[in-house]
Ligand binder design. Sequence first.
Ligand SMILES: NC(=O)c1ccc[n+]([C@@H]2O[C@H](COP(=O)([O-])OP(=O)(O)OC[C@H]3O[C@@H](n4cnc5c(N)ncnc54)[C@H](OP(=O)(O)O)[C@@H]3O)[C@@H](O)[C@H]2O)c1
Length: 309
Amino acid sequence: MKTLLVTGVSGLLGLNLSLRFGEKYRIIGIGNQMRLQNIPFEMQQRDFLLPDAAERLLDETQPDAVIHCAALANLEACEKEPEGAMRLNGEFPGELARAAASKNVPLIHISTDAVFDGQQKKDGGYTEEDQPNPINVYAVTKLAGERNVLDANPNALVARVNFYGWSLSGRRSLCEFFYNNLAAGKSSNGFTDVFFCPLYVNDLAEILEKLLSRKTSGLLHVFGSDVLTKFEFGQAIATQFGFDPTLVQPVSWQEGGLSAARSPYLIMNTARLRGILGEELPGKVSGLSHLYQDRRAGLPEKLKSFRVD
Ligand SMILES: NC(=O)c1ccc[n+]([C@@H]2O[C@H](COP(=O)([O-])OP(=O)(O)OC[C@H]3O[C@@H](n4cnc5c(N)ncnc54)[C@H](OP(=O)(O)O)[C@@H]3O)[C@@H](O)[C@H]2O)c1
C-alpha cells in the first residue's frame, strides 16, 4: 500500500480526506496543536513555522504522495497575524513543493477561490487564466503560496477549492454554523451578497483522489456546479434537515462585523476540471444529500470521538 502524507489532518478537509483515502492508502496525518485519539491512521504533531520543517517532514516520513491542507485558514486570524499567515500559507508551501520536487513525490497543494476580488459577476465565472486580486491578508498569503508552489515544482497540482462538511470541533464549517443554530431553533444571518460554488468535503475528497491517481498538475479550479449565496446555502441546509428556513435571515456581509473584506462574486469556471474528469460535477442537491446521509450514518459523532478534550 502506498503512503499518503496529509497535512492539516486535524482540520475540516484533512480529517475527512484522510478517513476517505484510508481505504486505499496508508495515511500519515500531520497536525499541529490538536491531538486526536482512536483514529484509523498514523498521526504526528509538527509545527511548519519551524526552520527546515518541509525538508525534515519528507525525509522522516518518506511518502509516495502529499496532500497539503494545513493553513491558517481563519480570515480574521490572518488579519491579526499577517506575518505568521505569510510564513504558513505563503512560504512553507513553496518549501514543501521544492522538497517534493527534489524527491519526485507528487504534491497536491490546496488553495482557495478567495484569491479573486469577486467584484463583479464575470460571465462563465473565473477561469484559471484570470488574474487574481486578493483583498484580505488570507487571500494575499494563499496567492503567494500558489505561486511559490508552482515556481518550485511545475509538476505539483494547485487546487483552488471551497467546501463544507462535518468537522472535529463541530463548529469549523459554514454548514455547521447554520445547522447548529437551526437545530437550536435560533435565527442566524446569511449573506445575500456573497456568492460561492462549494463542494461537500467528501465529494471534494473523491475528486482529489481521481486527480492524484491521474497525476494532474498545474492550477485547477475544483468547485461545485451550482452558484449560490450564503443566505441561499443556509436556507438549503434548513430545507435538507427539515428545519424552518425563515430562521435564516438575509443580511449583507457588511452588516456582519467582520474584520476581513469578503469577495462578493466567487463564481468559478470548472471547464478544465470537467474536461480532465470527463464528467459533470456535484451540485447543491447531491452535496447536501451526502451531507445529510453522512450525518445519519453518525459521521459528526465519529469525528467528535477522535477529540482529546
Ligand atoms: N474551509 C474552507 O471553507 C476553505 C475554503 C477554501 C479553501 N480552503 C483551504 O483548504 C485548506 C484546508 O482548510 P480547512 O478549513 O480544512 O482548515 P482548518 O480546519 O482551519 O485546519 C487547519 C489545519 O492546519 C494545521 N496547522 C495550522 N497551523 C499549523 C502549523 N504551524 N504547522 C502545522 N500545521 C498547522 C492545523 O493543525 P492544528 O489544528 O492541529 O493546530 C489544522 O490541522 C486550507 O489550505 C484552506 O486555505 C478552505
